[in-house]
Design a protein around this ligand. Structure first.
Ligand code: IDP
Ligand code: MG
Length: 138
């Protein structure tokens, strides 16, 4: 089954909406095969967002993502990568449709509540960044 990495970012933890978001993925039919709470080091944050290192918002993004604990999870299921992205809504919550996670829980692009891998290649890489094989249930 296809796997993808989901991060419930520090703003989701602070708002106390992680349970509601996890509930949506479970209701949709995905299985959680790995889950942990952690606070990212600057190094891990920079590795995770390495493709954005030349963007003007990179420092702001790293500062935000390391600002507090987050929840990392791997979900598994049919077309999990694309379906999770659809459930999340577009990057800027200003444009995210109501009913999507960002459209329901977020107000601005910096604090946009959730991350989901955007391709099979990035899902594999990102899952390896956050989880060892023994931390994932098969
Ligand atoms: P995605 O999370 O929807 O895949 P990306 O373009 O990969 O969006 O951007 C990664 C993250 O960088 C976003 O989720 C958001 O937190 C942050 N970000 C994107 N654009 C901006 C911006 O213009 N200002 C501040 N943060 C941004
Ligand atoms: Mg992205």
């Amino acid at each position: 089954m296809e796997k993808t990495l989901i991060l419930l970012k520090p703003d989701a933890v602070i708002k106390g909406v992680c349970g509601q978001i996890i509930d949506r993925f479970e209701k949709r039919g995905f299985k959680i095969i790995g889950l942990k709470m952690l606070q990212l080091s600057k190094e891990l944050a920079e590795t995770h967002y390495q493709d954005h290192r030349n963007k003007p918002f990179f420092q702001e993004l790293v500062t935000f993502i390391i600002s507090g604990p987050l929840i990392a999870m791997v979900i598994s299921g049919e077309n999990s990568i694309k379906t999770a992205r659809t459930m999340m809504g577009v990057t800027n919550p200003l444009d995210a449709a109501p009913g999507t996670i960002r459209g329901d829980f977020a107000l601005n692009v910096r604090n946009n509540i959730i991350h989901g891998s955007d391709s099979l290649e990035s899902a594999k890489k990102e899952i390896r960044t956050f989880f060892t094989d023994s931390e994932l249930i098969s």
